[in-house]
Ligand binder design. Structure first.
Ligand code: AP5
Ligand code: MG
Length: 189
């Protein structure tokens, strides 16, 4: 099974990716976690990405695509993936589709976690992850989501691959709701 999770910062992508991975026996892949690991390890990718992460801006597509190609192909060969945080622009979605289709590893279902902005901000301030959970950077990340990522929802909706889930409920309820909807879609496929 090949799934992707779309959601604003704090929507619960990472939390739900872990749960979906366990439930369906597929590999969670988080573009944000991988980028943060590169920054910590001071790799070439990490050095190129560092300032973008600190500002809450998107890292250039080429860097993210190069970083993800191997893990996505490897996960696809061993049961599938649940992508968290990639793609997050229409351009990334289109480029990923072109690459993945050729390899037979294209996304089957996109899941959108819908959460009101006030709840997103509350969660991120409570978490306080590194440099990007400050009030200023959070508000910029939310703007970037609205401007760059929200248009991607139409892209997947038009392809009839989009499930929307109310993410403003307790973690286990959200997980249950995703699982039920995924099973319905996959039965139909
Ligand atoms: P990324 O790491 O993807 O961060 P994000 O999108 O800002 O989202 P978060 O990880 O903050 O939130 P989440 O949705 O995973 O929620 P979580 O489960 O943690 O990206 C970071 C940066 O990397 C970007 O700004 C950009 O610079 C770069 N980047 C990444 N991907 C890129 C790409 N494709 N292209 C270019 N640049 C890219 O939950 C948040 C908190 O809420 C946690 O404390 C959690 O415990 C809590 N929580 C979760 N669910 C619930 C619930 N149901 N109820 C109550 N609390 C909950
Ligand atoms: Mg995350």
């Amino acid at each position: 099974m090949r799934i992707l999770l779309i959601g604003a910062p704090g929507a619960g992508k990472g939390t739900q990716a872990t749960l979906i991975g366990e439930r369906f026996g597929i590999t969670p892949i988080s573009s944000g976690d991988l980028l943060r690991k590169h920054v910590t390890e001071e790799t070439a990718i990490g050095r190129a990405a560092k300032e973008y992460l600190a500002r809450g801006d998107l890292v250039p597509d080429a860097i993210v695509m190069d970083m993800l190609r191997k893990p996505v192909v490897a996960a696809s060969a061993s049961g599938g993936y649940v992508l968290d945080g990639f793609p997050r622009t229409v351009a990334q979605a289109k480029a990923a589709y072109e690459t993945a289709r050729g390899l037979g590893v294209a996304v089957e279902v996109a899941v959108y976690l819908e959460v009101p902005a006030a709840e997103l901000t509350r969660r991120l301030l409570a978490r306080g992850r590194g440099q990007d959970d400050t009030p200023e950077v959070i508000s910029h990340r939310l703007e970037v989501f609205e401007a760059k990522t929200r248009p991607m929802l139409d892209y997947y909706a038009l392809r009839e691959e989009l499930i929307t889930v109310n993410g403003a409920r307790p973690v286990t309820e959200v997980a249950w709701s995703i699982a039920v909807q995924l099973q319905t879609v996959l039965k139909r496929a």
